[in-house]
Design a protein around this ligand. Structure first.
Ligand code: ATP
Length: 250
């Protein structure tokens, strides 16, 4: 079956059409069309400044855009996104002086009673249980009572993944989740993201083509704010990468 037919038959999670973003006079994203389908793991690659982070943020309404975005088959609403999307940043954005458990509990602030999610000690028991389950998914149960500033970079990033997972998101978005980690920790974090994404959808940016090929089922490349290719990871070849990363594809 042709790729377009496969996608048409798929269950849409996020659909962008004609998406444009400008900062002042600078056009950053130009007429982006992108479909994310249920269960896909999509790597967004491209050179520095191509607009990858801006695209992730635009897709979840963190930067203003024009064009159309549908989430889960309906016009995008911020409330839906808050409930259904988990976001992992390059620098984990955790509260370093609080424990791993408190940080994961923070992921439930959008829930009813979420004002009590600021600290594990005052959070409802159900929040703490959900946070422990999320920590177990990234194999960090024993680090629950440890302050984030006493964890390694890789462990902290796994806590950030748990904080995103505790929301039970249908879509997990990660912006260079392994960029600040050494190669072994980077592979560990990527493998856990790919594993924990299960049948949810994963969209991540990366400068590491090995990560993109290993952990994504599909690769989308951006150059100067435009999609220049979008194909299954298994079909990526060196000719795709020439021009995109000339120094690496030689
Ligand atoms: N808030 C902002 N205000 C103005 N310009 C911005 C803003 N955010 C990003 N930009 C600009 O948009 C362009 C794309 O940035 P973006 O961070 O999306 O690229 P990227 O592909 O993720 O790059 P990198 O791989 O280096 O992280 C850059 O030129 C950047 O300077």
């Amino acid at each position: 079956m042709a790729l377009d037919a496969v996608r048409a038959a798929a269950d849409p999670v996020l659909t962008a059409r004609g998406l444009c973003v400008s900062f002042g006079a600078a056009k950053i994203l130009r007429d982006i069309s992108l479909d994310l389908n249920n269960g896909e793991r999509v790597a967004l690659i491209g050179p520095n400044g191509a607009g990858k982070s801006t695209l992730l943020r635009a897709l979840v309404g963190l930067v203003p855009s024009t064009g159309r975005i549908d989430a889960f088959g309906r016009p995008c609403e911020i409330r839906t996104l808050r409930q259904e999307v988990g976001f992992v940043f390059q620098h984990h954005a955790l509260v370093r002086r609080l424990t791993a458990l408190s940080n994961v509990v923070h992921g439930l602030m959008h829930r009813p009673g979420g004002w009590r999610a600021w600290h594990q000690a005052v959070a409802p028991a159900a929040f703490r249980e959900a946070a422990m389950e999320a920590l177990a998914l990234v194999d960090l149960t024993e680090k629950a009572p440890v302050r984030v500033d006493n964890l390694s970079g890789g462990q902290a990033q796994r806590v950030a993944i748990a904080r995103a997972l505790v929301r039970g998101p249908r879509l997990l978005i990660a912006d260079e989740p392994a960029a600040s980690l050494d190669p072994a920790a980077g592979h560990d974090v990527m493998a856990r993201l790919a594993d924990t994404s299960g049948n949810r959808t994963l969209l991540f940016t990366s400068h590491d083509l090995d990560h993109a090929r290993t952990y994504a089922t599909r690769i989308v490349a951006l150059v100067a704010g435009r999609v220049v290719f979008d194909r299954p990871a298994s079909q990526l070849d060196l000719s795709d990468l020439r021009g995109l990363f000339p120094d690496r594809a030689a």
